[in-house]
Write a protein that binds this ligand. Structure first.
Ligand code: FRU
Length: 467
């Protein structure tokens, strides 16, 4: 398959530089993340023909350091048979020394789990005889996808996303002795509440320390959930839970264990603008930076950008003169930044950051923490004068302990915004400021908080893309 030249980033104000994007056209879920042959590998749902979902292949990129990515040839393409409607999401496990991709084949006959192997992650052989056809009664053929494979107690296990009767999202557990023949066990975990989604997609199940973490993406409510608990006798007992990425701006998470033992995770960041705008620019979607997952002493999922992201930082930016207005207002400027802000709160008034602000304030995006309401928000009502962009706010609940400062780490990348608050609550989304002058960044406090702000310009993560 010939590879079209990448969409140039320099001419496009919205094309991210340090969040991975497909060279051009459409990207959705991260797939098959792994470390092999001394490099990290990121595969992804890819339409090589258009900037919209369809004819889904597995695209491929690799990286020596986790942040600078090199495009590799497309890994998997649909072919007549189980996956002729698309090579949907999945994972890679090394089985008997052989990298093995488990993915969902989509066709008019329904969804089945397929297998392909490759000694070098470049040349793939599909193993059609090895599809896992056993779909439990009642599971809809069109809602049975996204295998995630792990090893425990001498067995291979697989979880698959599904919808059970009465519209309950679920993930199903399979077991295998050799990674080839799989046997259905039972649902590993099922939605307990309709608000948790009628279909669960992209389940991940892995051990972190002495706990087990389950993450699922929920359809159609869009959003991701996490559950932490025990895996006893092949049953998952959840003890704590929370919302992972609210509002579905980051979706379809996929985690792997790095050689040094860290759990790293990526997710798809979807577009938030009309399709005609996307078609005109010729590309859609991005992938989060690698995030490092851990579980704290209270059983909460913690998540922060992997330490390597800081390799892309330039020299710290100077702060401009304090902005006029009440309270503290520290200022700088840029559209491709890594920002750290710290707010020691002395009252219950709002604090936060304004991003992408034009001097006339016609455009601005606010990240706000409102202690009174325990809410962290991204306010997009004035993010763009372009009416073809989403402008609803995003909310997450953030409880601070008494005396705990608010610590914001914010990645800003030409319209991608990823907010990490106190390493345990995150919001990710897209905005599309249309005015060239929308570059202002201000840290503000409406009350009497002590505010610290530091920011670094970020370099490009995409080798050979001319960014
Ligand atoms: C999630 C998802 C997966 C599916 C893939 C298809 O975004 O719907 O469930 O495998 O995308 O591209």
């Amino acid at each position: 398959m010939t590879t079209a030249p990448p969409c140039p980033a320099a001419a496009d104000p919205y094309r991210p530089r340090f969040h991975f994007t497909a060279p051009r056209h459409w990207i959705n879920d991260p797939n098959g993340v792994c470390h092999h042959g001394g490099r990290y590998h990121l595969f992804y749902q890819y339409n090589p023909h258009a900037a919209r979902w369809g004819d889904i292949h597995w695209g491929h990129a690799s990286s020596a350091d986790l942040v600078r990515w090199r495009d590799e040839p497309v890994a998997l393409a649909p072919s007549p048979g189980h996956d002729q409607g698309g090579c949907f999401s999945g994972c890679i496990a090394v089985v008997d020394g052989l990298p093995t991709a488990y993915y969902t084949g989509d066709s008019s006959a329904g969804q089945v789990q397929c297998v392909a192997t490759s000694p070098d992650l470049a040349h793939w052989t599909k193993q059609p005889q090895r599809t896992i056809a056993e779909r439990p009664p009642g599971v809809s053929p069109g809602e049975f996808r996204d295998p995630y494979v792990f090893r425990d107690a001498g067995h291979w296990y697989m979880v698959v996303g599904a919808a059970l009767p009465h519209e309950r999202g679920a993930c199903l557990l399979y077991r295998s002795a050799d990674g080839v023949d799989w046997h259905y066990r039972h649902p590993l975990f099922v939605a307990t509440d309709p608000a948790q989604g009628s279909v669960w997609e992209c389940p991940n199940f892995l051990q972190i320390g002495d706990r087990w973490l389950l993450t699922v993406s929920q359809w159609p409510n869009l959003g991701a959930l996490w559950f932490v608990g025990r895996f006893d006798d092949e049953r998952f007992v959840a003890e704590t839970s929370g919302v992972h990425d609210v509002d579905g701006s980051a979706f379809a998470h996929l985690a792997m264990r790095a050689p040094d033992g860290r759990v790293l995770q990526w997710a798809w960041i979807n577009e938030q603008r009309d399709q005609d705008e996307i078609d005109a620019d010729g590309w859609a979607g991005a992938i989060t930076v690698p995030r490092e997952l851990s579980i704290d002493g209270r059983g909460r999922l913690n998540l922060r950008p992997a330490a390597e992201v800081a390799l892309l930082r330039g020299e710290p930016l100077p702060l401009g003169p304090a902005a006029p207005g009440p309270g503290t207002r520290l200022r700088l400027s840029g559209r491709c930044l890594d920002i750290e802000a710290r707010f020691a709160l002395h009252d219950r008034r709002k604090v936060g950051l304004t991003l992408f602000e034009s001097p006339d304030r016609r455009e601005s995006t606010r990240i706000v923490y409102w202690p009174e309401a325990r809410r962290l928000m991204i306010e997009r009502a004035r993010s763009s004068i372009n009416q073809k962009t989403r402008r609803q706010d995003l909310y997450a609940v953030l409880d601070l302990d008494p005396g705990e400062p608010l610590r914001l780490r914010v990645l800003v990348d030409h319209g991608v915004i990823a907010v990490h608050a106190n390493d345990r609550v995150n919001l990710t989304t897209r905005v599309y400021p249309a005015l060239q002058s929308s570059t202002g960044v201000t840290a503000f406090s409406e009350g009497s908080a002590d505010v610290e702000l530091q920011a670094w310009p970020m370099g490009s993560a995409l080798e050979g893309r001319g960014a």
